[in-house]
Design a protein around this ligand. Structure first.
Ligand SMILES: Cc1ncc(COP(=O)(O)O)c(C=O)c1O
Length: 441
């Protein structure tokens, strides 16, 4: 029998960690990529990459073909600046999409394209967090996407956190009210399905959140980076229930960010849309004037936010997203059937981790088992996330530690997007060996 390649040489890993000057408990995604690449090159190992939260399936041709078509047919397009608030076609297509898949009524003027959801989240925080002098804190429903917190820092705003593991349902409402009633919170930011745990907020929770947002005049930033991807429900049929739950049903203080990156595997073209509630758009806050030369929320978003950051979004990706939304709304393109494969992968991968001595870190979604999607989280006895990552690296696997996501719970996030099921035989083999290794350590 061939001798196993694993565990890899611990001294080599130690040297690489020292050279890169990283702490595995806190390591970010880019640093981890460099470390894993170095390790893989030095030892000639193919890693199972569970660290990247990037799309793992190709984009449909419709997007690129539309970009090529508009660039070819409209010779003036590349030399023309885009409107800051987006091309009319995308604004209209977004309003239709929001009606068809959330059952929410907004006008095209309320739909503002941004350079990815990252850009939308940045501006949303900048405006929501500066409406009043004192309300300069962004409250996260954690764990969450670490980059949003970097944005909060960059903007000179403060951040606060509620961990969704300990606070669901009425407990979430109680904790939220305690925080909002301090008068320090400008916005509450969450993703649902959630990166990294895949928790999904329930409609009744969004109702409680919405009521509190209205009561304390706080903005809900609903980051729908994984739009419709709670695969326990079929949210993919236009104009028919079930509709993905949204806080927009319960408050006028919302911004919904819809990203093309995961739902349409269109991450490279950096296009998303922020839907700013029609009533909020028109609201005036005198403190905004100091930062954005206007008191109006909607005007501040476009002329105070988009203009000085990117001065608009490239037009061909806006056309691509328009085409994708239009086809989806007509029922001609079923985006969910393509991304559902992530759920199948997660289901199988979880089984393999669980039968080899690992447990799910975030295991329950209220009283149900956590759903299968893009991510799940694992733990192992008393190991820290960094220790767990270290031992995974020795067996040619990588994920990201949970600490930077804003939780105190220790573990590792597993993203299934880049590991297709054909590699699950290899996954099982490596996890079995890792399990034995950890048992005798
Ligand atoms: C919760 C969340 N928000 C936003 C993003 C980034 O989206 P975009 O590519 O549209 O900037 C991601 C990407 O992983 C994410 O997980």
């Amino acid at each position: 029998m061939n001798k196993s390649k694993f565990p890899l040489d611990e001294n080599i890993l130690k040297n690489i960690i020292e050279n890169h000057e990283v702490d595995l408990n806190k390591i970010g995604i880019r640093e981890l990529k460099r470390l894993v690449d170095d390790l893989a090159d030095q030892l000639n190992i193919d890693f199972l990459h569970f660290e990247f939260g990037v799309p793992g399936i190709p984009a449909d041709r419709m997007g690129p073909e539309e970009e090529i078509r508009v660039l070819t047919e409209d010779k003036k397009l590349p030399s023309t600046y885009p409107p800051f608030d987006g091309i009319p076609r995308l604004k209209k297509a977004t309003a239709c999409f929001v009606k068809a898949f959330l059952n929410i009524d907004v006008e095209p003027e309320n739909c503002i394209p941004t350079v990815g959801a990252m850009h939308g989240g940045f501006i949303a925080q900048a405006i929501a967090g500066r409406r009043f002098k004192k309300t300069n804190t962004i409250l996260y429903l954690d764990p969450g996407f670490p980059v949003n917190k970097l944005q909060t820092k960059f903007l000179g705003l403060k951040n606060d956190s509620i961990d969704l593991y300990n606070h669901r349902g009425i407990q979430l409402a109680k904790k939220l009210e305690k925080k909002l009633s301090t008068g320090k919170i400008g916005a509450v930011l969450w993703s649902s399905p959630n990166n990294p745990t895949w928790l999904c907020l329930k409609d009744e929770e969004l109702k409680m959140i919405g009521k509190l947002l209205t009561k304390y005049d706080v903005i809900g930033i609903e980051d729908s980076a994984y739009f419709g991807m709670d695969f326990r429900f079929d949210y993919g049929v236009p104009n028919q229930p079930p509709f993905q739950p949204t806080v927009a049903n319960y408050t006028d203080n919302y911004i919904i960010i819809i990203s093309s990156s995961k739902m349409f595997s269109y991450a490279g073209q950096r296009i998303a849309v922020s839907v700013v509630s029609p009533k909020l758009s028109k609201k005036k806050y005198s403190n905004l004037k100091k930062y954005y030369d206007t008191k109006s929320f909607g005007h501040a978003f476009v002329h105070g936010g988009i203009y000085p950051t990117t001065a608009g979004v490239p037009q061909s990706p806006q056309h691509a997203l328009s085409a994708l939304f239009e086809a989806t709304c007509k029922g001609e393109y079923d985006y969910l059937s393509r991304v559902r494969t992530y759920g199948d992968r997660a289901n199988k991968a979880k089984e393999i981790f669980l039968s080899n001595g690992f447990e799910l870190l975030y295991d329950k979604d209220m009283d149900e088992p956590i759903a299968d999607g893009f991510y799940f989280t694992i733990k192992r006895k008393v190991m820290t996330g960094g220790e767990l990552l270290h031992s995974m690296l020795l067996f040619g696997m990588s994920g990201i530690p949970m600490r930077p996501t804003g939780t105190k719970r220790e573990g590792v996030r597993i993203c299934v997007s880049l590991v297709p099921q054909e590699q699950y035989g290899e996954l099982e083999k490596r996890l079995k060996e890792l399990d034995q290794f950890l048992k005798i350590r």
